[in-house]
Design a protein around this ligand. Structure first.
Ligand code: PLP
Length: 406
């Protein structure tokens, strides 16, 4: 039984006030709050179990290494990956996608080769490909979303051609909440020998994900959205693709031997984890994923679906509010603009006065903003601890903003 009040009690920050009002935290799409178990795990890791990993022969170093390495298995379990050596731990999705861009795409793509992106990608899944376009002459092909904000898998499949080498698409839009049916895209790409990178930054937070079943080549997640510490994360990289890669960042931990004129690399995944990692951040991420798995991803998704339906019904009742992305298959993430209101920042400032934290701006999704014909939106993004009562607080605050601007 999913008891949201009990769950809220696990997150100390949710009981604080902001601007004299109870905090209503609806900025989960940017970063989520942390349960006590994550805070305790971090305190324990620094306070009683800390040392560098992989290099010591002393007790604490072995303990920290065991705790850190155990997280690889936790991430693999969370993502439905049987072989945990296909999990590279890192600082988050930006690092994961750059690892693919520099480690896989740069040595394998030739001038004129194509990368297909959807128009609703986050800048983290755009800018690295621009680097490759500018430095290496690869071509970026864009696939639009339809008027409801949905991405038709067939449109992506139709865009694949003889020069296509990579499809890099989001699993769930951070702006519209659209869930992308990535499986048919992956199946079609595999038939054609095209690599697939799925940006799972948002999807893994809101729905069960089974990467082995999806069959993609790369799947990136970021820990701070998964109720874990900032600076934690991982990317799944299929073993066969790892074999085609060269290391991206060089340093300690990713080598087997270093001589004046010769270096041999450690086996993957270590080959892609140079330098001292974010040891404690990653251990904290392990605690966060265990917390989510204990609640159950199906239960979290069911709770958030109820929230989404209630929020949609209430937002639809505001005929002066333009909600972007009306596709039924979406998460509880709502971007909107308000007729007659100033910039999205003005709306968010008024909401903040009521204790409601939302995001305003381009949400690192410039091409989508262009496609929608807006420069910015306000975004309310819900998480596993939000309630219907908080939807009501949001609606009241929006009505106040509308009254002020009308
Ligand atoms: N992709 C999506 C869909 C996101 O929402 C985000 C974060 O907002 C990112 C990528 C980048 O994640 P990070 O900044 O943690 O690397």
């Amino acid at each position: 039984m999913y008891n949201v009040n009990d769950i809220r009690a696990d997150f100390p920050i949710l009981s604080r006030e902001v601007n004299g009002k109870p905090l209503v935290y609806l900025d989960n799409g940017a970063s989520a709050q942390k349960p006590q178990v994550v805070l305790d795990t971090i305190a324990q890791a620094y306070g009683a179990e800390y040392a560098n990993v992989h290099r010591g022969l002393h007790y604490l170093s072995n303990l920290a290494t065991d705790k850190y390495e155990a997280v690889r298995g936790t991430i693999a379990k969370f993502l439905g990956v049987a072989d945990e050596r296909q999990i590279v731990m890192n600082t988050g999705t930006t690092m994961g996608i750059n690892t693919v861009a520099y480690g896989w795409a740069m040595p394998n793509l030739e001038p004129g080769d194509e990368i297909i992106l959807s128009v609703m990608e986050h800048h983290a899944n755009i800018v690295p490909w621009h680097f490759l376009r500018d430095r290496q002459g690869v071509v970026i092909k864009w696939v639009d979303v339809d008027s409801t904000g949905a991405l038709d898998p067939q449109a992506v499949i139709d865009a694949m051609g003889p020069k296509t080498k990579l499809i890099a698409v989001t699993h769930l839009s951070n702006v519209l909440g659209t869930v992308v049916d990535v499986k048919p895209i992956i199946v079609a790409a595999r038939e054609r020998g095209i690599a697939t990178l799925i940006d799972g930054s948002q999807a893994a937070v809101h729905m069960p994900v089974d990467v082995d079943d999806l069959g993609c080549d790369f799947y990136a997640i970021t820990g701070h959205k998964l109720y874990g510490p900032s600076g934690s994360g991982a990317i799944f990289m299929r073993r066969e693709r790892m074999a085609e890669m060269r290391p991206f960042i060089g340093g300690g931990d990713m080598i087997r031997e270093v001589h004046k004129d010769e270096i041999t690399w450690a086996d993957p995944p270590m080959m892609f984890e140079a330098g001292t990692p974010g040891i404690v951040a990653q251990i904290g991420l392990g605690a966060a994923l265990d917390y989510m798995m204990t609640l159950g991803m199906d239960s979290i998704a069911a709770h958030e679906t109820r929230l989404r339906d209630y929020a949609r019904q209430r937002l639809d009742g505001l005929n002066w509010l333009q909600v972007q992305g009306t596709t039924p298959d979406k998460a509880a993430i709502f971007s909107f603009t308000m007729e007659g209101a100033g910039h999205a920042h003005d709306i968010s400032t008024i909401l903040d006065k009521k204790g409601v934290a939302v995001r305003a701006g381009h949400h690192c999704a410039g091409p989508l903003m262009d496609h929608l014909g807006v420069t910015a939106t306000c975004r309310a993004s819900f998480g596993l601890y939000n309630t219907e009562k908080e939807v009501d607080v949001l609606i009241d605050a929006l009505e106040l903003a509308h009254d002020l601007f009308a």
